[in-house]
Design a protein around this ligand. Structure first.
Ligand code: FAD
Length: 474
């Protein structure tokens, strides 16, 4: 008989919840349960908690291997951080230095001012930009005249189709694709407009023109905010890195609740709940939260509910990687300006984006140094060519040489790989999620959390974890 994994567990067995995956989603679920006096037991195949949240130090620089910040506008991560007593550690991005470049024909072109995501709201910067051709600019201007549709769209369409319909192919290639690739590492021809651009789909329904819709919303917000202090930073993070959020949550939940370095291999029903097996032991719990990527949840649900497993398996995942490159400022011909740059797929390079860490956040890089954090979006596409770290770094250095003329060798390099960690919200995603939720409601005691469902960013993952925890309590 397999050894029991959690012999030390205390309290009522009916309040024991096994959580598979100790990324930010699983940690948020566990913290919700712990606060209510329940007993979460977390498993993660990695030897540490946090999932893709990983902060490390390279030569006195604070380096984020996974996410480096989150959108301040979404409240759930900030509320959790405050509740954990970390409000004093919250910092914002240095928005006074916020300038992003987009590569066109091998040159860094400043992103025109007045873009809201990828929708233009100001005329002069759009006229002046070298990012788009004159026909593309004209098409963008004419979009302002688009009337509200008699019938709203009945079907989900791809982000590329949605944007081509409003603007044109250039707007897809040089605005939508690079801006979304930095978030999803995905392909706009496959991404769902309803799930990824839900706000723009609503604006289209109401106004027809996206530019007119965005401007109308901006006016409404300005009227509501009159007299209020100026808005805060666009991105937030923690002074000592997002890895400290995972550490703080682990401390609040209690280290004894964690089984790290242990993969859950199978999940089965018992008379009173569920049995989970690792290679060496087993654990019984009244309920289960699957806070793994959707493909991991599918594997565990394969025998309990094959149709749910099939639906979960349909959610594709991309692999990604970040490469941190440290230089002495004196090695660069001039100090990098702005937050960094985006490289559209049309430019056919390896790198999707680069952040100049010393500009985006304060106190991360010592004076006299420059840290480039380069993002490789869909690493799986190039997996064969870039399988080893040396080849990946060479490809990134070639991109930097081509783009910035930088010939110097970096002082330090570090590669972080994230295999199949980025969920792709493809056309039909919302319908698929509804079907998954329906199947799960017929499987009481099993709950899903993670970046595959209703938002890929950290705040959304915190929220799915909290909702899964609350569902257990109910
Ligand atoms: C490189 C990168 C950069 C990003 N940048 C940002 C950003 O700047 N801002 C932002 O808001 N978001 C960003 N994101 C997205 C965001 O960080 C993630 O969506 C979020 O952190 C996912 O959290 P999670 O807990 O759902 O999943 P994960 O962090 O992937 O955790 C899932 C865990 O489940 C474990 N697991 C899987 N199967 C099993 C099993 N059978 N048994 C035990 N354990 C298992 C895995 O080991 C993993 O640790 C980024 C993501 C990546 C990869």
């Amino acid at each position: 008989m397999a050894a029991s994994i959690a012999p030390h567990t205390v309290g009522s067995p009916s309040k024991r919840v096994a959580i598979v995956g100790a990324g930010i989603s699983g940690l948020s679920a566990a913290y919700t349960l712990k606060k209510a006096g329940w007993e979460p037991i977390l498993f993660d195949v990695r030897p540490r908690a946090g999932g893709v949240l990983e902060t490390t130090c390279i030569d006195d620089c604070l380096v984020e291997g996974g996410p480096d910040s989150y959108l301040a506008q979404k409240p759930w991560a900030t509320s959790l951080i405050r509740e954990l007593g970390m409000a004093g550690d919250l910092i914002g991005s240095n928005d006074e230095k916020r300038k992003t470049y987009i590569v066109r024909n091998g040159r860094l072109v400043p992103m025109p001012d007045g873009l809201l995501m990828m929708v233009p709201t100001r005329v002069m910067p759009m006229i002046g930009t070298r990012l788009l051709s004159w026909p593309a600019k004209l098409r963008m201007g004419l979009e302002l005249l688009r009337a509200a549709p008699a019938q709203p769209r009945s079907e989900d369409v791809s982000v590329a189709d949605f944007f081509r319909d409003h603007y044109d192919q250039e707007a897809v290639d040089y605005l939508a694709e690079p801006l979304l690739a930095g978030v999803y590492g995905g392909d706009p021809e496959r991404m769902s407009a309803t799930s990824v651009l839900s706000r723009f789909v609503e604006l289209e329904r109401e106004y027809g023109s996206l530019s007119r819709g965005v401007l109308a919303e901006k006016r409404k917000r300005a009227a509501n905010a009159s007299g209020n202090p100026a808005a805060g930073p666009l991105f937030r993070t923690l002074r000592k890195g997002l890895g400290t959020l995972a550490e703080q949550l682990m401390g609040a939940i209690g280290a004894r609740h964690f089984h790290l370095g242990e993969r859950i291999e199978t999940l089965e029903r018992t008379g009173g709940g569920f049995r989970l097996r690792t290679r060496t032991g087993e654990c019984e719990a009244a309920q289960v939260v699957l806070a793994t990527p959707a493909h991991g949840a599918a594997a565990l649900l394969r025998t309990l509910d094959p149709p749910a497993a099939d639906l979960l398996d349909q959610i594709r995942y991309h692999s990604s990687a970040t490469v941190a490159l440290l230089y002495k400022m004196s090695q660069l011909s001039r100090p990098p300006i702005g937050f960094g740059f985006l490289v559209p797929r049309r430019e056919r390079r390896t790198m999707v984006a680069a952040t100049y860490v010393q500009n985006k956040f304060s106190d991360r890089v010592p004076a006299g140094s420059a840290l480039f954090r380069c993002f490789v979006g869909n690493a799986s596409e190039e997996e064969a060519r870039l399988r080893d770290d040396g080849a990946l770094v060479e490809a990134i250095l070639a991109d930097l040489r081509w783009l910035t003329g930088l010939k110097a060798e970096p002082e330090a390099v570090r590669v972080f790989r994230w295999p199949r960690a980025m969920a792709q919200y493809e056309v039909g995603h919302a319908k698929r999620i509804k079907e998954i939720r329906e199947r799960m409601s017929a499987l009481p005691g099993v709950h899903l959390a993670g970046n595959a469902y209703e938002g890929i960013g950290i705040p959304d993952c915190v929220r799915t974890g909290q909702l899964a925890g609350e569902a257990c309590l109910r």
